[in-house]
Design a protein around this ligand. Structure first.
Ligand SMILES: C[S@@+](CC[C@H](N)C(=O)[O-])C[C@H]1O[C@@H](n2cnc3c(N)ncnc32)[C@H](O)[C@@H]1O
Ligand SMILES: [Zn+2]
Length: 314
């Protein structure tokens, strides 16, 4: 299987991790193993990489890609929100670096029958990153209320026609269940003014993104995992996260900031009374963005932002 995926912010992420040859690193969104390959190349005696992905196709592709590193690499099919249990199972107490490269891979987007793409007409409405889950995009499109659809398309898709799109979806499904990507695309097109359709990007792009984020609970999983990942870092260890959506970036920025300074005492207290201790420091005051060169070579890097947190050295 060819996993034609260009890793986003590759050099920047590798550099941010300060890789030690004998360190333990965890990739929470292994994908095709592009970032992982560069981590593994820097590992020597005693170094290990644990790669986690919930997608069976990604696991197969990364296993092939990382084969040459033998038992330095351990690949686990799971959600990164289970990182603590995954590491415990492997007898690992702490990691020198943990990183995430969120969102979908080009492979997921390019494989029509996974249902992620609005470029294909006749795929089932699926969009599951983990094919073991039973709920699919079809369930969301056919069962959510108009108000629920409106909110996810507005908030996760940032689509200014969210209200009308939700209305059109509900109207269409009263006639017939919506089953394919093509059917959904036609409904969305009809909900967007012709003038905008001619000039903007693909009219279904934002709605598809919104449904995918909702179905895979992408924001909840991220929000619930950052503290756990921070706790799992060894002293001086680093957590590097690449986001692709403003809501994701906000979550990372805020969690990192709180973990740097968790004190909740009123500002006029002369000393801290709440006792909440800093877990480390934010390395990136501002997010690291792709270079002009990367932006011109890889469209997927367009909204990418990298933020890095360093655990206390004790
Ligand atoms: C953008 S790709 C990663 C690409 C990889 N860094 C590379 O360079 O090849 C994101 C991957 O993360 C996986 N993924 C997304 N959310 C996940 C989660 N909560 N748990 C496990 N895997 C996840 C997806 O299945 C996808 O394969
Ligand atoms: Zn305090």
């Amino acid at each position: 299987m060819i996993f034609g995926h260009k890793s986003v912010l590759l050099d920047e992420t590798i550099e941010s991790l300060n890789i030690k040859p004998d360190g333990i690193y965890v990739d929470g969104t292994l994908g095709g193993g592009g970032h992982a390959y560069e981590v593994c190349r820097r590992l020597g005696e005693g170094g290990r990489l644990i790669g986690i992905d919930q997608d069976a196709d990604a696991i197969a592709a990364a296993s092939e890609r990382l084969k040459e590193f033998g038992d330095k690499v351990t690949i686990v099919r799971s959600n990164y929100e289970n990182i603590e249990a995954v590491l415990r199972e492997l007898g690992i107490k702490e990691a020198d670096g943990i990183y995430l490269d969120l969102g979908v891979s080009s492979y997921q987007l390019d494989t029509a029958d996974r249902g992620f793409t609005y470029r294909e007409d006749n795929a089932p409405l699926d969009m599951r990153m983990d094919q073991r889950n039973t709920e699919t995009a079809k369930d969301i499109v056919n069962n959510y209320t108009e108000s629920e659809l409106f909110h996810i398309i507005r908030d996760y898709g940032e689509d200014r026609f969210a209200k009308n799109i939700a209305k059109h979806i509900v109207r269409a499904r009263q006639e017939k269940e919506i089953e394919t990507t093509g059917e959904l695309i036609e409904i969305i097109k009809a909900a967007i003014p012709a003038k905008v359709r001619a000039t903007g990007g693909h009219p279904a792009k934002r709605t598809f993104q919104a449904i995918r984020i909702e179905l895979n609970k992408e924001l909840e999983v991220l929000e619930n995992s950052i503290d756990t990942m921070t706790d799992l870092l060894a002293p001086g260890g680093r957590l590097s996260i690449i986001t692709f959506h403003s809501l994701e970036d906000r979550i990372v920025k805020n969690r990192f900031r709180t973990n740097e300074n968790p004190c909740t005492c009123p500002p006029d207290f002369p000393v801290c009374m709440c006792g909440k201790k800093s877990r480390g420091r934010v390395v990136t005051r501002k997010p690291i963005l792709p270079s002009e060169e990367e932006l011109s070579e890889n469209k997927r890097s367009k909204s990418a932002k990298l933020r890095v947190f360093e655990k206390n050295r004790r």
